[in-house]
Design a binder for this molecule. Structure first.
Ligand SMILES: Cc1ncc(COP(=O)(O)O)c(C=O)c1O
Length: 436
């Protein structure tokens, strides 16, 4: 029995429900593989983050890191919940623009923003540019001059804090491709350049220490470090930071052994650490911004697959193959990410075997789960993989020229397609015949 599925999520037919919709019906109605989001869960997590700040009477922004899942519908929901977003590419920015997202609440991240991307951000009055490197300071200065514009900026620093998480998703240690190094004085030099530029309003400082982090210590450490830097900047440059942005990275439960705190508890600890540290300085309390991606989108998402072939090898775990795989969720193949999967038509059925849930892609590494306990399954059964909402669809590919799945938003018993399933024609629509 899967502990993640509550009794409320099982309907009278004994099926899994998502956002009040029967998961088996969704699979039959919209086809599989299918990505389904429980929209209320997205809203609830944003609200939980906001509540912590409000209870602590702190000025704040919850800025959804839309790299976790970017779609017009997602920006609409985030906007309706009064949260901000961060984008990391022209494409994410374009999607937010098309969603009518309030541009003042957009932060633009990235360690190699192009001139075109910066121009797009300036033309659309993006709220904050998160400056990552010296090249960007010059490029942005140029763009602002040419467009006769001004913009709020924050500096991303590398705080030298290494979070205990998978090394592929660490971004805050000293040897990182992101941000200005503190120890060598790069961050001070960057601040000097920004303060010299009358077109850039220096709003504050940012750090992001990694992703899928379970320990509080890393967040408390980064909070302390950012206040130290802010105090140093006030002393040395007479510059007072209005915002301290601690990034995202709050870990979520994927499998039974994951036991993270609730995401908002990480935030409560961060607020406490910043408040305590600020008392040691003569700084005014800054606004605190967070950038959660995974914790907002992850637990709300489900990937539905239909079971097809099976391979039994004596003495080895069987392969139960589904109609999706690394094209719609590359995380297991990329960094051995683990998930739990249930039988959608009977999540409470007795578990009878441990299997490998294999994808359909031509790659031996395309195994979605290495060791999943399942009831007896047969071709045509629908499997629901849990917590797939972050970095799943957003990292999807057309490997093997498989069309990407549809995405459905389910809420209060109603389901809507928010990204259509790709067709074979979509797959070739950029192809041009070769004139030999
Ligand atoms: C700058 C920044 N902010 C926020 C996030 C979101 O992290 P998470 O999805 O772990 O909350 C990331 C993820 O890599 C990031 O690079």
């Amino acid at each position: 029995m899967n502990e993640q599925i509550s009794d409320q999520q099982i309907n009278a037919a004994g099926h899994l429900t998502i956002g009040g919709c029967d998961a088996v019906d969704l699979a039959h109605r919209f086809g599989t593989p299918l990505v389904v989001y429980d929209v209320q869960q997205i809203r609830n997590q944003i609200r939980a983050f906001k509540q912590v700040f409000e209870e602590n009477s702190v000025d704040y922004a919850v800025s959804y890191a839309s790299k976790a899942f970017s779609a017009i519908a997602m920006y609409q929901v985030v906007a309706a919940e009064g949260a901000h977003v961060d984008v990391v590419s022209g494409g994410e920015l374009y999607t937010a623009i098309k969603a009518g997202f309030p541009m003042a609440n957009v932060s633009f991240h990235g360690n190699n923003k192009s001139r075109e991307e910066l121009e797009m951000a300036i033309d659309h009055h993006v709220g904050t540019i998160m400056i990552d490197n010296f090249h960007e300071i010059e490029l942005l200065a140029d763009v602002l001059e040419e467009h006769d514009a001004h913009v709020d900026v924050m500096l991303r620093i590398t705080p030298g804090i290494s979070a205990h998480t998978n090394k592929y998703i660490q971004t805050g240690q000293v040897d990182s491709k992101f941000g200005f190094d503190l120890q060598s004085g790069q961050a001070d030099e960057a601040l000097t350049k920004v303060l010299e530029n009358p077109r850039m309003q220096m709003k504050g400082l940012h750090a992001h220490i990694g992703s899928q982090i379970f320990e509080l210590a890393g967040f408390e450490g980064v909070a302390k470090k950012l206040v130290e830097v802010a105090a140093h900047w006030q002393e040395k440059f007479n510059y007072q930071a209005a915002v301290i942005n601690v990034g995202g990275g709050f870990g979520i439960r994927y499998v039974k052994d994951d036991t993270p705190l609730a995401p908002e508890e990480f935030v409560a600890a961060i607020i406490k650490a910043i408040k305590t540290e600020i008392k040691e300085t003569n700084l005014a309390m800054p606004a605190i911004w967070i950038e959660p991606g995974r914790s907002i989108a992850g637990p709300a998402g489900y990937n539905l697959y239909t079971v097809g072939s099976r391979k039994d090898v004596p003495g080895l775990k069987p392969y139960v193959t589904v109609d999706g795989g690394m094209g719609d969720n590359i995380r297991p193949a990329l960094y051995e990410a683990q998930y739990e999967t249930v039988l959608a038509n009977n999540p409470r059925a007795e578990l009878v075997e441990h299997v490998r849930v294999a994808g359909k892609y031509c790659e031996s590494g395309d195994i979605l789960s290495q060791n999943q306990a399942l009831p007896a399954t047969k071709p045509g059964d629908v499997l629901a993989m849990l917590d797939t909402g972050a970095y799943g669809y957003s990292m999807a590919s057309n490997y093997n020229r498989n069309p990407r799945p549809a995405v459905v938003f389910a809420e209060k018993g109603t389901a809507q397609v928010v990204i259509k399933r790709e067709t074979y024609d979509d797959l070739i629509h950029l192809d041009e015949p070769y004139q030999q």
